[in-house]
Design a protein around this ligand. Structure first.
Ligand code: GDP
Ligand code: MN
Length: 377
């Protein structure tokens, strides 16, 4: 299975590989406010987007919606553009090519690096402008320090430690996800350090049985992008939300399982008791937020609701919209406490403030408030 750039980058982020912050724009979105400079990248599964005009830099001097419309009108190698990844633009000092794939002949992993990655790598490789190095990896030993030193030297890397961490992370992803390719082209050297500008991750379909949940999540995201699931935006699928019912009086909603579990621990530590827990899986939108709130609030014992959001590709303005809809539709006065950070948090927080819903930067404080309220009520 081939992953979209934004999916690959979510994995990169998890493994500590630096990526630009950003968010997805779907064809149905309109009038999202954007702050320049941004790189607007069409999300397609074929390569060579840059050359096909699928990547645009928006510096703020023109109308962004015009660029976005142009990108949505594109078909790149037969693939229609259905989503755009908007990323903060970084300054690039140098581009490097980096990948791990299988050595066809031996079926063992091989690390490939090139001294000047980017859109023309195939061309420059042919013309010998580009120096490419192949390093065989023993699957039992993994990548060894001397091998990383070797490529770092060939690439003239100054920041060895940071580079080593990236290579190790790429190999870890390759192994743990059963990938057939993990490619960063280009890996940019910027004034602030390395940044993976592009992400190509291909998973081995044969390994699906080992990653059932992951494959399903990725496929769902893909179907959402490709509009195969028309209903998704208005009618969220039951199974994107994980609901757990417990016996206390605090309702909890999170946009990630890890954060959610951590929050449950904190509540416990502060003497609170959780009534139920909703984890909104995959790409979330305001409807999923609304639905989660309704699920949590339907439990009569819930006296306060704690919403914990850490937005990556998940947008806080969308989340706020869902919370406002809930307030309007249900009109129950269960107090809601929110911890919100990440993409578009300023807008999300502003919307919450206007509606008099408390938002906290500190998870600890949000948890304490929710626990206190449940005890009072
Ligand atoms: P591809 O054409 O599908 O491989 O798309 P990439 O994501 O690799 O981007 C193509 C090229 O666009 C890169 O090699 C960069 O030169 C350029 N580019 C992409 N993002 C940025 C950015 O944030 N800053 C700058 N300066 N250039 C970028
Ligand atoms: Mn690329």
């Amino acid at each position: 299975m081939k992953l979209y750039e934004f999916q690959g980058k979510e994995i990169f982020k998890k493994y500590g590989i630096p990526v630009q912050s950003g968010f997805l724009i779907h064809a149905k979105d309109n009038g999202k406010d954007l702050t320049p400079p941004l790189v607007l990248k069409s999300q397609v599964l074929v390569g060579g987007r840059g050359k096909a005009g699928g990547i645009k830099i928006w510096d703020g001097s023109t109308d962004a919606s015009k660029i976005i419309n142009d990108l949505f009108a594109l078909t790149i190698q037969g693939e229609k553009v259905k989503a755009i990844l908007a990323l903060e633009k970084v300054d690039i000092l140098r581009e490097i090519y980096l990948s791990i794939t299988f050595n066809r002949g031996k079926s063992t992993p091989v690390l490939i690096v090139g001294t000047s990655g980017g859109m023309d790598i195939e061309e420059s490789a042919r013309l010998n402008k580009e120096k490419i190095y192949f390093v065989e990896i023993d699957p039992f030993l993994g990548i060894l320090e001397y091998q990383i030193r070797f490529v770092a030297k060939k690439l003239n890397i100054d920041n060895y430690l940071e580079f080593k961490n990236i290579i190790r992370a790429v190999y870890k992803i390759f192994k743990e996800y059963d990938a057939t390719l993990v490619e960063i082209n280009p890996l940019a050297i910027t004034p602030g350090g390395f940044v993976a500008i592009d992400a190509k991750v291909n998973l081995d379909d044969q390994s699906r049985f080992r990653h059932e949940e992951l494959f399903n999540k990725l496929r769902e995201e893909k179907e959402f992008i490709q509009d195969k699931k028309e209903a998704h935006a208005s009618k969220p699928k039951e199974d994107t939300i994980t609901y757990v019912s417990l016996s206390g009086d605090i309702g909890v909603i999170s946009d990630g399982a890890g954060t959610g579990l951590f929050t449950l621990d904190l509540i416990n530590e502060y003497g609170g008791k959780v009534a139920n827990f909703c984890e909104m899986g995959g790409i979330t939108n305001s409807e999923v937020m609304l639905k989660s709130l309704k699920m949590v609030a339907s439990d009569q014992s819930v006296k306060s609701i704690l919403v914990v959001l850490i937005g990556g590709f998940n947008r806080m303005d969308d989340m706020a919209e869902g919370i406002l809809k809930f307030k309007k539709e249900l009109n129950k006065d269960i107090p809601i406490f929110i911890r919100m950070c990440g993409t578009k948090e300023e807008i999300g927080k502003e919307l919450m403030k206007k509606a008099n819903i408390p938002v906290y930067d500190s998870l600890n404080i949000a948890v304490k408030k929710a626990v206190k309220k449940a005890m009072e009520n």
